[in-house]
Design a protein around this ligand. Sequence first.
Ligand SMILES: [Zn+2]
Length: 228
Amino acid sequence: MNSELPAYQLKFSAKRRSIQLKIQSGQLWVCAPAGCDLKLIQQLIMQKKHWIDKHLQQQQQTEAGWLEQGQIPFFDDKLQLKIVQDSVNQFSLDGDCLWLQLSHRNKMDSQHKWIEKLVTGFYMQQAQLWFSQQVLHEQQRMSLQSRQVRVCNFKAKWGSCDSSGLLSFNWRLLMAPAWVARYVVVHELAHLVHMNHSKNFWALVAEFNSDAAKARLWLKQNQHWMQL
Ligand SMILES: [Zn+2]
């Protein structure tokens, strides 16, 4: 049995009459009455050690998602989420901050759904702009012509290309570094020539994107956290 005292954050409060323990943000927080004997606090922590260990472990296993962390990845950067109550539900980007306005008319238990909806809306909007621009650039380099660029909420793929020249991209690619997303653009454009993953297809991708192998590996290794 491990008898070591767990690390904890201690706060004294004049209003408290008893010692309170809670697990939050992966840490043990102790709130104690002002002037409370430190020995008493440590004694209580040791008594509750089993409960503390169990809950700390549980929290690590259900590692907080991006929204719970209050920040989201955006290419190589992180955007801080700033939530304010307002009369409408909408998002706006201001430097490194993504402001989320939540309507005070929203039901209390739907707030999280609204946050997710607004953040997804932000990604979709940015992805449409970014992929449209990248496709224009890359198709010129590759002497190809697509018909339309679309952003999708794919669950299990990064992009697609149909025989009519419609290219679709997963908005979650904006959580990856730009060089990774650029590879997917070249990949889908190459399907305008080869509607398969043949040797010739991969040769064409490699001709226009030297990061292809690295980017595929990156996506495989990181896809698990590329979601809200
Ligand atoms: Zn493909």
